[in-house]
Design a protein around this ligand. Structure first.
Ligand SMILES: C[S@@+](CC[C@H](N)C(=O)[O-])C[C@H]1O[C@@H](n2cnc3c(N)ncnc32)[C@H](O)[C@@H]1O
Length: 263
């Protein structure tokens, strides 16, 4: 398992921290993709299957193959209702274990900034999709502070602590995604921004959802002392937009790209 994948081994905690937002943004992404029903899908970097479930629920696929290098995430995904309609396997988006032209649609949801070689993944997705089929991805705009967990990063920075980040933040930029898709030989390439509201009922809800051993930020939080965590909580109380009823809401922002394999 890669280092990036080992940061995502707890499927249940992932669900609370990211899965619910991944589903909201993923819905907009799927509406934009608007593929016909009855297609053969590849979900590369499927994680715990949160987004795979949306594919199954909304796109009436003929078949779904879903791959991720994290054994913990795949084990969680296999217990989801979506597993009745999707095949979850260990796999790497940069080196796909599928024949050419195996799918009608291939997507990666919230993965590209975790890849050391996104260009290779784009080429792999294009390779396994038939001529005329769709290849698409979306990712929180990491460098623009678009991730749902970005307030934790801002609080850590203000305390002089470097926040945990995915290994390849520049890959989440809109222009970077366009270039990966163009360079993979995809045609009719389009990009867009996806903006979603992120809402917590209270600071406790925010804390319990985000201070979890998930992703690069989780790896950093796990190493902090209880004193440092208390400082972080106090700083979040100062910096988060907490409403009079105690709720917290702000926007998360992602970039998306789609294109077709040359017919
Ligand atoms: C933020 S999660 C996204 C999961 C899911 N697609 C979603 O939308 O909820 C990022 C995922 O990328 C996976 N990942 C890391 N390196 C990968 C690689 N080389 N190929 C495919 N997936 C990878 C991680 O294991 C993790 O499950």
């Amino acid at each position: 398992m890669t280092e990036a994948a080992s940061m995502f081994s707890d499927g249940k905690a992932y669900e609370r921290m990211m899965g619910r937002w991944s589903r909201v943004a993923g819905t907009t992404f799927l509406d934009w993709l608007d593929p016909p029903k009855g297609q053969r899908w590849l979900d590369a970097g499927c994680g715990n299957g949160a987004f795979t479930e949306e594919i199954v629920a909304r796109s009436a696929p003929a078949a779904v193959s879903a791959v991720d290098p994290s054994e913990g995430q795949i084990a969680y995904a296999r217990k989801r209702p979506a597993a009745q309609h999707a095949q979850f396997e260990i796999g790497d988006a940069q080196k796909l274990d599928f024949e050419d032209n195996s799918f009608d649609v291939a997507i990666m949801a919230l993965v590209i900034a975790f890849l050391p070689d996104p260009a290779r993944a784009a080429a792999e997705l294009a390779r396994v999709v038939r001529p005329g089929g769709s290849v698409a991805t979306y990712m929180w705009d990491v460098e623009a502070g678009g991730t749902p967990i970005s307030p934790v990063g801002a609080a850590l920075k203000s305390l002089g602590i470097t926040p945990g980040q995915p290994p390849n933040p520049p890959a989440s930029g809109r222009d970077a995604m366009q270039a990966f898709w163009d360079n993979a030989g995809l045609v009719d390439v389009e990009t867009r921004v996806i903006r979603i509201p992120v809402v917590y009922s209270s600071l406790d809800d925010f804390w319990d959802s985000n201070i979890v051993p998930i992703g690069p930020m989780g790896a950093l939080l796990g190493k902090m002392t209880s004193g440092e965590r208390e400082q972080l909580r106090a700083r979040l109380r100062e910096q988060l937009p907490i409403a009079a009823d105690g709720s917290i809401s702000y926007d998360a922002v992602a970039n998306a790209v789609k294109g077709r394999v040359k017919p």
